[in-house]
Design a protein around this ligand. Structure first.
Ligand code: VAH
Length: 331
């Protein structure tokens, strides 16, 4: 398969938390016309619709996916379309269907069209209650207790199968909870750590759906996007693993996050009312050993909790409370 031809990239789940920002990154890197954004939702915001081709696509429709990839001569897929842990626990059949059949359709079309790369994010949700809670290793028994986690473990194994059997260059990272300000909180267990920032700006108070002492691995979106693009470009002979590398950046409790925000929003009040997300969170690690990613392809995060919180609040104030933001000289 020639690697000389221009990269033609398809992003699935392009209207989701990762996709909505990754599309912008990839368009800057590969040129607007070479990145096709797609999502099951067919009401893209102007930022995505107006700058480049957008295609309504349900990844569980194998024929529609194959037709789109042929029409646009796709040679790289960033497959982000998935149902996250919270929604996945409430709708397990849909989560299984989208996360497993959608992934297999992507792998099949990438194999058949001899694509150069398929990037498929996994998650720390692959680890189960029996995994070491602190500094969870790259190689560890994966016995997740959530449907989302089950689909992520099966997805990792399926991706490795396509690499070993067909030589398909499919790679992935195990994302921790991702925090960003460009899309509203989604259906994830870690999305309390997104919603808390919105409510701090809007209301000065937040009701948290996990306990105050719940510690989870987290990462700011700019670090998350860079990790996937850096892994995509890493030399194949450097990679001990394909699906999927542990990566890490931050680990904090809900209370520590609240305190970080309170440094910028005096008097910010948080009440803790754990719901069904608590049980999911308790099955996950508190921190992750990402030494393999650091050694094999030079992974290193750039945002700590303080820098992330300052950036999140400035961006949200600018969007949700422009008068106050201007008064603070935040542009
Ligand atoms: C979720 N944000 O909460 C996702 C992530 C590690 C958590 O996979 O479902």
């Amino acid at each position: 398969m020639s690697h000389r031809r221009m990269k033609r990239v398809l992003v699935t789940g392009a209207l989701g938390q990762i996709g909505s920002e990754l599309v912008e990154w990839l368009r800057e890197k590969h040129g607007d016309g070479n990145v096709i954004a797609s999502d099951k939702k067919d009401d893209p915001p102007a930022a995505i619709r107006d700058n480049d081709p957008f295609a309504a696509l349900d990844v569980t429709d194998a024929r529609a996916l194959a037709d789109l990839c042929r029409t646009h001569r796709i040679d790289t897929i960033y497959h982000l379309a998935a149902i996250l842990s919270g929604v996945g626990e409430q709708k397990p059949d849909i989560a299984y269907h989208v996360n497993m059949n959608g992934l297999k359709n992507v792998l099949d079309v990438a194999r058949d069209l001899e694509m150069a790369r398929v990037m498929v994010p996994s998650s720390i949700a692959v680890f189960g209650p029996n995994a070491p809670k602190w500094n969870t290793p790259q190689e560890c028994e994966l016995r997740p207790a959530s449907m989302y986690g089950v689909t992520k473990v099966a997805g990792e194994l399926l991706c490795d199968y396509y690499w070993k059997k067909y030589g398909l260059e499919v790679r992935g990272v195990r994302y921790p909870g991702l925090i960003s300000h460009k899309t509203p909180p989604g259906g994830g267990t870690t999305d309390y750590a997104v919603a808390i920032y919105y409510d701090a700006i809007r209301h000065g108070r937040y009701t948290c759906f996990v306990r105050e002492d719940t510690v989870l691995p987290m990462m700011y979106m700019p670090d998350a996007l860079r990790s996937l693009v850096e892994l995509a470009g890493a030399p194949a002979d450097r990679l001990r693993y394909r699906n999927a590398y542990n990566i890490a950046a931050l680990s904090f409790s809900a209370g520590e996050l609240a305190a970080s925000i309170r440094d910028h929003v005096p008097g910010f009040e948080v009440s803790y009312e754990p719901d069904f997300h608590q049980q999911i969170a308790e099955g996950w690690p508190h921190s992750i050993d990402d030494s393999a990613a650091r050694e094999d392809w030079g992974w290193a995060p750039e945002y700590d909790l303080e820098r992330m919180t300052a950036d999140m609040l400035a961006a949200l104030r600018k969007r949700l409370n422009p008068v106050e933001s201007h008064a603070r000289g935040e542009g």
